[in-house]
Design a protein around this ligand. Structure first.
Ligand code: COA
Ligand code: AMP
Length: 641
């Protein structure tokens, strides 16, 4: 029975983590071998494989070349937005990474130095990441859709010596020059970098500032290849910033050893990928999915990773995914539910699948946001393969709950990412921290220690890690998601308990939107909530109270607010909905009732919270939303008694 097999493995991993993970560690080439698996002496801070040493780049690239697989394609780049495709073999990748690492070394980059990478979806982005790993430098990739202030705040936190970027990204809307964005960020940041390296793309020229900016090609032309530097298993490999509940992003720190072991293990256990298989995660390297499953996971497993610079629809059409699966014989494919909804919206009967042979595909994996059963069922019906919803976070780096296709495919229950992956002990807790009964909702939490590959801490901020994740329920990691577990152990993740929203699989902080809105000189107060959207899952909606006596045209103010968020947060925020209201509903202690407003906006029944200061404020919101054409056809049921 598949369920029994997975449960047995869960037990093994929980009861004997040393035995379980030391076996998994054998797939990795260590410089100093693993002797101890877990150091829990500093709990709740844990260290995996203390004392062992390795190099992640060596494991992802060099060892495969040494083993005779230099000719195998490591990265298959497919770029409909530039009309190009390119295969990079493991041998070529090794040569490119070693040379670029040599160039970085020439710029003074070494072990422990931070390097920010702000790049589009091109193979050179993976080369830059791997080159940092090769030198033991810590990379921090920033998603290209973020605006300069977001990049600047990450530069200030990570304090990099260098930023690596490209002349442009390419979106369906056109060429996005990156260099002016980078220049603006460097001007805004307090921290001064020593230099930048810019990869010139033919679509756009970047202006280089003498003495600070270096041209990638010119640097590598004169560089000597650099070797792999030995690092400790618990030395950081990267920092990846993610949205917290405040405007300040959190720098998730990933180690080298635990990360390599967990990702290599997950490639087979979760995705059923063996060496030589073709794996495709249609995400972006700026997100955790891109780190784990465009770059490191597939390369550690010696698979071929497909790196896609395009969209699910419009580049050129909703059949793009299927034709690429056919052409490159993709075995496992990973995308976000939003992408499937986008395809379904324009090609509801999947007519573009006709004449396309997707016989290589064994499973479709979805993550990044809650997967509604309709989307899952549609994909399963059209593609005729198992559709696997799996749940994880930037913090964990790989899936917490999944249907482990390489261990034992479990029966699929739409709406559930299935069982806790071996290594994760998932429990649903009530307010007091007591596990609830099956099918009862609560805070989804993970018993410590988290398995290898999960966050070590937050960059330079152990306190924020402890306070934000570990303090609420001692002995547990708080995921920030709420949900329930059924009798069989299938988890149902229903949404966040905090002010994080998920727009097209992109995690964003409403606190950050509010911070930006309140900087506008007409705004007295602002609240941002996530409202349901049939394509992107959620969309941000801003509700603002204007300063007294403000007699400017409301439409102009609203357009300014939309433009301001785009300039400060970035296009990826998809912030387009603003309502002006007379007042915001608050508790008597002044806390804005965002949850109640969210319910109203989503057309749900609302009882007046007992703590509300002025019940009429709910009516104000309801009317404003109705005027914006929201929460129809079902009007909220407001109980103002
Ligand atoms: N650099 C610069 N701008 C970017 C960008 C990047 N790397 N990525 C996105 N943007 C911009 C887009 O051009 C768009 O700008 P616009 O407002 O000028 O149109 C905006 O950010 C929003 O982008 P996106 O979220 O991609 O939405 P979209 O409306 O352009 O496309 C979908 C809709 C459904 C096709 C798209 O959201 C999608 O592919 N979703 C899949 C989700 C996914 O892969 N998530 C990753 C997590 S697993
Ligand atoms: P991120 O850190 O960007 O990967 O976002 C993580 C958050 O996205 C989680 O905490 C969830 O709220 C949500 N999420 C990711 N995957 C799923 C899923 N399969 N089901 C439900 N929510 C998900």
């Amino acid at each position: 029975m598949p369920l029994d097999k997975v449960r047995q493995m869960q037990q093994q991993a929980w009861q004997d983590p040393q035995g379980f993970w030391s076996q998994a560690a054998q797939t990795i080439s260590w410089m100093k071998p693993v002797e101890r698996v877990l150091d829990d002496s500093q709990a709740p801070f844990y260290r995996w494989f203390p004392g062992a040493t390795l190099n992640t780049c060596y494991n992802a690239v060099d060892r495969h070349v040494e083993a005779g697989f230099g000719e195998q394609t490591a990265i298959q780049y497919v770029s409909p937005v530039t009309g190009s495709e390119r295969a990079v073999s493991y041998g070529e990748l090794q040569q490119q990474v070693a040379t670029f690492a040599g160039a970085l070394k020439g710029l003074g980059i070494g072990k422990g130095d931070r390097v920010v990478i702000y790049m589009p979806m091109i193979p050179e982005t993976a080369v830059a990441m791997l080159a940092c790993a090769r030198l033991g430098a810590i990379h921090s990739v920033v998603f290209g859709g973020f605006a300069p202030p977001e990049l600047a705040s990450r530069i200030d936190d990570a304090q990099p010596k260098l930023v690596i970027s490209a002349s442009c990204g390419i979106e369906p809307s056109g060429v996005i020059p990156y260099k002016p964005l980078l220049d603006a960020a460097l001007e805004q940041s307090q921290h001064q970098v020593q230099g930048t390296v810019i990869f010139a793309r033919p679509q756009c020229q970047a202006e280089l500032k003498a003495g600070r900016d270096h041209d990638w090609q010119a640097l590598v032309a004169n560089a000597e290849p650099a070797g792999c530097v030995e690092v400790a298993a618990d030395d950081p490999l990267y920092i990846l910033y993610t949205s917290g509940t405040t405007g300040r992003p959190k720098g998730v720190v990933r180690d080298n050893g635990g990360h390599a072991v967990a990702l290599a293990w997950s490639m087979k256990a979760i995705y059923n990928i063996d060496a030589g298989d073709v794996f495709w995660a249609a995400s972006d390297v700026g997100w955790v999915v891109g780190h784990s499953y465009i770059v490191y996971g597939p390369l550690l497993a010696r698979a071929t990773t497909l790196l896609y610079e395009g969209k699910p629809v419009g580049t050129p059409d909703a059949g793009a995914f299927w034709r690429i699966i056919d052409k490159f014989k993709v075995k496992s494919f990973f995308t976000a539910p939003t992408a499937i909804r986008a395809i379904k919206r324009v090609d509801a009967d999947a007519s573009l699948l006709q004449g396309v042979d997707i016989g290589s595909l064994q499973a479709l994996f979805l993550a990044g946001e809650r997967c509604d059963p309709d989307t899952l069922n549609w994909a399963a019906e059209m593609l005729k393969v198992p559709v696997v919803d799996h749940w994880w976070q930037t913090e964990t780096g790989w899936s917490i709950c999944a249907n482990p296709m390489g261990i034992a495919p479990l029966p699929i229950k739409a709406g559930s990412p299935a069982l806790a992956v071996p290594g994760y002990q998932v429990e649903v807790l009530d307010e007091e921290g007591t596990p609830v009964a099956p099918n009862q909702s609560g805070a989804i939490s993970i018993k410590l220690p988290l398995p290898p590959g999960t966050l070590m801490t937050l960059w330079n901020n152990d306190d924020r890690y402890r306070d934000g994740y570990l303090a609420r329920y001692p002995g547990y990691y708080l995921t920030g998601d709420a949900g329930y577990m059924d009798e069989e152990g299938y988890l149902y993740v229903m949404g966040r308990v905090d002010d994080i929203i998920n727009v097209a699989g992109h995690r964003l902080s409403t606190g950050r939107f509010e911070e930006v809105l309140s900087h506008h000189n007409a705004v007295a107060e602002a609240a941002v909530i996530g409202i349901n959207d049939s394509l992107k899952g959620q969309l941000p909606l801003g509700l603002v109270v204007l300063k007294q006596g403000m007699d400017r045209d409301l439409e102009t103010i609203k357009s300014e607010l939309v433009a301001l968020v785009r300039a400060e947060v970035g296009a990826v925020g998809a912030f387009k909905l603003v309502g002006v209201v007379e007042k915001l509903p608050k508790t008597r202690s002044g806390k804005i009732l965002r949850g109640t407003m969210r319910k109203i906006a989503n057309g749900e029944a609302v009882n007046t919270p007992a703590t509300i200061e002025d019940p009429q404020a709910l009516l104000v919101i309801s009317q404003a939303l109705a005027q914006m054409g929201l929460n129809t056809p079902e009007q909220p049921v407001l109980d103002l008694s």
